[in-house]
Ligand binder design. Structure first.
Ligand code: FE
Length: 333
């Protein structure tokens, strides 16, 4: 009888604690498509009772809004893509570090800010896509080799204005230095079959249409198109397997400097780096989990495994301005 009473008391306390926590909502400013994040937030609310409000916009206005709100912040967390963007947010001083042994254990250091202002949540490789009709994988080797004359008039690229290409270029500068990177970029521009495209899907469609034979795209765009068109005559190639590996970038999240609910926000981020959330989050957009203990979906795994560049992704931010200047000099629009 006494034991039952104790259990009931414990249960009541648990429920009380649960209620108390439920009062603390978390507000997320997100630049990701609603469909990609809603399943994760719904799962968290179902599990903990903590409501999550999210506001979706492009990263630049969201970052400006956080800055403008200052101490009267409404957002607890900023969720966006590309280390280049997260690094910008860090430089603007709108984030603050989260000290968490849970996050440290879940996410490898190269996918987090050294100062802990943000952490990666999912990974995407920016890799080579090629026409399986007109290109043999043996003809491919590295990003750098796409500057070779064998690809003259056969390469498609997305615009240099997109942060994804700026981040890739930043890693080239880190690896080779600016002069050699400029030569590589000039080679790419020289090999273009047509004007640059505004998005990765357009690059893939151009390869499919025979406008070009090779391009550089984020893996999940390939996944998206492949899902619509299982006969897609395009394959992914993992470059630089003999040296530094494939360029990997991420989506990530950071705690805002004046977050109104920092503890609740921290608990959410910790959960988002754990197995349950990682699975939902990565699978929804056909990305790779940033937590290496979580397996990618069967579909993503079917693209094959690869060696990824272990350069800290922060380099994308640190060298972003330099990358933009070099791309401009090389004539990459
Ligand atoms: Fe994207």
């Amino acid at each position: 009888m006494l034991a039952t009473k104790r259990v009931l008391t414990a249960l009541a306390l648990t429920l009380f604690a649960h209620e108390a926590r439920a009062a603390d909502e978390v507000v997320v400013y997100s630049s990701r498509i609603d469909e990609l994040i809603k399943p994760v937030f719904d799962a968290y609310t179902a599990k903990t009772g903590v409501p999550i409000k999210f506001i979706t916009d492009k990263e630049a206005p969201l970052m400006q809004r956080i800055k403008a709100e200052g101490e009267h912040a409404t957002a607890d967390l900023l969720l966006t893509v590309d280390a280049g963007n997260l690094w910008q947010a860090e430089q603007m001083g709108i984030l603050q570090p989260i000290q968490s042994s849970v996050i440290d254990a879940n996410i490898p250091p190269q996918y987090r800010a050294a100062g802990r202002d943000w952490t990666g949540l999912s990974l995407r490789a920016r890799t080579i896509a090629y026409s399986s009709d007109r290109v043999k994988p043996e003809q491919l080797s590295t990003y750098e080799a796409l500057a070779d004359s064998q690809w003259e008039g056969r390469l498609c690229l997305r615009t240099a204005k997109k942060v994804y290409n700026q981040s890739l270029t930043a890693t080239l500068i880190e690896t080779h230095g600016a002069p050699q990177t400029e030569t590589i970029l000039k080679g790419w521009v020289n090999n273009l079959s047509t004007d640059v495209f505004s998005d990765d899907i357009a690059v893939l469609q151009a390869i499919k249409a025979g406008q070009c034979d090779v391009g550089i795209v984020n893996t999940y765009y390939y996944g998206r198109l492949h899902r619509q068109d299982p006969q897609l005559p395009i394959k992914l190639f993992w470059p630089n397997q003999g040296d530094r590996g494939v360029h990997v970038n991420l989506s990530g999240i950071g705690l805002t400097r004046h977050a109104p609910h920092p503890e609740a926000a921290k608990a959410l981020v910790e959960w988002m780096t754990g197995p349950e959330a990682q699975k939902i989050f990565a699978d929804t957009n056909q990305e790779f989990p940033a937590n290496p203990h979580v397996q990618p979906s069967a579909e993503v795994a079917s693209w094959g495994s690869f060696k990824a560049d272990t350069l800290p992704v922060e380099v994308a931010g640190k060298r972003q301005a330099e990358a933009i200047r070099l791309m401009d000099r090389a004539g990459w629009n």
